[in-house]
Write a protein that binds this ligand. Structure first.
Ligand code: PGA
Length: 254
């Protein structure tokens, strides 16, 4: 089945509001003609509102990088899915490896966050991926399986109809070491098999699985040529409008 590619930029903790607006002004015309793939930018929380206004009427959707699971409450420093929906966010990245490893997020917490974004009809991008230690110990597939099974426990295929998965091997994030297209394809095909077991063949065939980890204009084409790789979650290379536009436009004539 042909799935519509999604190219998503995760800015992490980079860019002020003026920097965000300058980026969008340059980036928008570079991707203005793109109709056959989805584009998403996830700036930091402080830039979301300004970015939403600047992106209005464009073909670029807005994403957040994280959220709390409650709608509101005494959670100092947190942002709720209700607040994100209110300002026009479409996607929410959940369970990014930096959240898992630097901030101690567990599969159970991430599952609660998935549930919370679904309440507001936001689209979860659930990130999964093994560390180098886990890969070297031969545990890659079992780690992916438990991240999927625990992160998505208790939902139906209907609940998750817009779900996006991002496979991001932790050892490839921000390191310049990309998984080879073969390594990524193997992991993606395995995730699709697990999704089929959990939610049925149809669901699994429809669900987009992005690859993330040092994606650049130079390596995106080889990754995207693989049958189970449906897009990219891009960190470092999404911070410059020209390099991110090249990734969005992968496979087209220069
Ligand atoms: P990177 O980050 O492209 O800088 O490796 C990817 C990510 O963390 O989503």
């Amino acid at each position: 089945m042909k799935r519509r590619p999604l190219i998503a930029g995760n800015w992490k903790m980079y860019k002020t509001v003026p920097e965000t607006l300058a980026y969008i002004e340059t980036f928008k015309p570079l991707v203005a003609g793109v109709e056959d793939r989805d584009i998403m930018l996830a700036p930091p929380f402080t830039s979301l509102d300004a970015a939403e206004r600047a992106l209005e009427g464009s073909n670029i959707a807005l994403g957040a990088q994280n959220c709390h699971y409650a709608d509101e409450g005494a959670f100092t420093g947190e942002i709720s899915p209700r607040m994100l929906a209110d300002i026009g966010v479409t996607y929410v990245i959940l369970g990014h490896s930096e959240r898992r490893h630097l901030f101690g997020e567990s599969n159970e917490l991430i599952r609660k966050k998935v549930e919370s974004v679904l309440r507001y009809e936001l689209i979860p991008i659930l990130c999964i991926g093994e560390t180098l230690e886990e890969r070297e110990a031969g545990k890659t597939l079992s780690v992916l399986e438990s991240q999927l099974k625990e992160g998505l426990a208790g939902f139906s295929a209907e609940d998750l109809k817009n779900l996006v998965i991002a496979y991001e091997p932790v050892w490839a994030i921000g390191t310049g070491k990309t998984a080879t297209p073969e390594q990524a394809q193997e992991a993606h095909a395995f995730c699709r098999k697990i999704l089929a077991e959990m939610f049925g063949e149809d669901f699994s065939e429809r669900t987009r699985i992005l690859y993330g980890g040092s994606v650049k204009p130079e390596n995106v084409v080889g990754l995207m040529a693989r049958p189970d790789i449906d897009g990219a979650l891009v960190g470092g290379a999404s911070l410059k409008p020209d390099s991110f536009a090249k990734i969005v436009n992968f496979g087209r004539m220069e």
